[in-house]
Design a protein around this ligand. Structure first.
Ligand code: ADP
Ligand code: ZN
Length: 301
């Protein structure tokens, strides 16, 4: 495991966490509310990083952020948050503000890509060539890692907004402001709450809404398995990780959905394929650290 010292920043919808770490050992940690004044809070984080660089010289910075993000190094928008419903954050120059004064390599990616890298480096997806980290929480999002690198392409995957087949007769309109009944509009925490009339964490396991959600998530599994052929799909997030009955049901529904089309897809195989994170709630912070470490070439993620 790498012991070179790096800094990481996890930029979340409610809080920002910055750390200095050696491997997975956190040497320093600070937290700020994300708020709606991006320039002000990023200035505070930048000042903390500059101070830590003096005290605990680190060699690279990794930033794992809520999206959507501009990851295209050739674009003038590189390092910025793109149009987001989050007030005050559209266009925020995250990489410029946090990395500008450091003179160090800066890794910049989505929170889910970071979490996928961290699971690939230390967790459930070690030794997997192609793997996915999916969060089912306030939203649904996924990071895809191929050959140690997060998949970008034109933007980055926005897996949560795919449309899936729905149960016959299910009339819930969905809550995605863009698509209505995309997967996020149907199966995110707020969508489950809207369907069930109570917060997602309070909906009992035998409520029929979970059967609908399980099948909709299995549709996404079906799509991911057939398109990118992952060796591991890690399902985290408040809903994905918080409801222990979901994972076995998602595996069974995915097997039923795929109808034995592929070899090696017994239920036992699905237990290896679709799993929970092993880094738990720290996946975001470790994601930022993993993004920084990957720049040092210590280890292919
Ligand atoms: P975020 O997506 O904002 O980063 P989380 O992954 O914790 O944060 O997701 C928050 C969402 O997950 C909320 O909609 C919340 O109601 C829901 N949630 C949190 N804990 C649970 C739980 N144990 N069971 C079901 N839903 C949960
Ligand atoms: Zn959508």
């Amino acid at each position: 495991m790498s012991e070179r010292r790096v800094a990481g920043v996890e930029l979340g919808g409610t809080k920002i966490i910055a750390v200095v770490a050696e491997g997975r050992t956190i040497l320093a940690r600070q937290q700020w509310p994300t708020g709606d004044d991006a320039a002000a809070v990023l200035g505070l984080v930048a000042a903390w990083l500059r101070q830590k660089q003096i005290e605990q010289a680190f060699e690279a910075l990794g930033i794992a952020s809520f999206g959507p993000l501009c990851l295209d190094r050739k674009s003038a928008e590189y390092g910025r948050i793109l149009a987001t419903p989050k007030p005050g954050w559209s266009g925020a120059d995250v990489v410029g503000t946090l990395g500008g004064g450091l003179g160090l390599p800066v890794g910049w990616d989505t929170d889910v890509a970071g979490a996928a890298c961290a699971e690939g480096q230390w967790g459930a997806s070690v030794d997997c060539e192609v793997h996915v980290y999916l969060t089912i929480g306030t939203g649904i999002g996924g990071g895809v890692v191929i050959g140690g690198k997060p998949l970008h392409g034109a933007l980055h995957p926005e897996i949560g907004h795919v449309r899936v087949r729905r149960a016959v007769g299910d009339r819930f309109a969905g809550i995605c402001p863009f698509h209505g009944d995309c997967l996020e509009g149907l199966a995110s925490g707020p969508a489950i709450a809207a369907r069930a009339g109570q917060p997602a964490h309070a909906v009992p396991p035998d409520d029929p809404v979970w059967g609908l959600v399980v099948n909709e998530i299995a549709e996404l599994m079906h799509m991911l398995i057939l398109t990118i052929s992952p060796q591991r799909i890690v399902i985290g997030g408040g809903v994905g990780y918080g409801q222990i009955h979901l994972l076995p049901r998602i595996r069974a529904a995915t097997a039923a959905c795929l109808q034995s089309y592929l070899p090696d897809h017994s239920i036992a195989d699905f237990q290896q394929l679709i799993v929970h994170p092993t880094l738990g709630h720290e996946a975001g912070v470790f994601g930022a650290i993993a993004l920084a470490q990957s720049l040092l070439g210590e280890k292919l993620l």
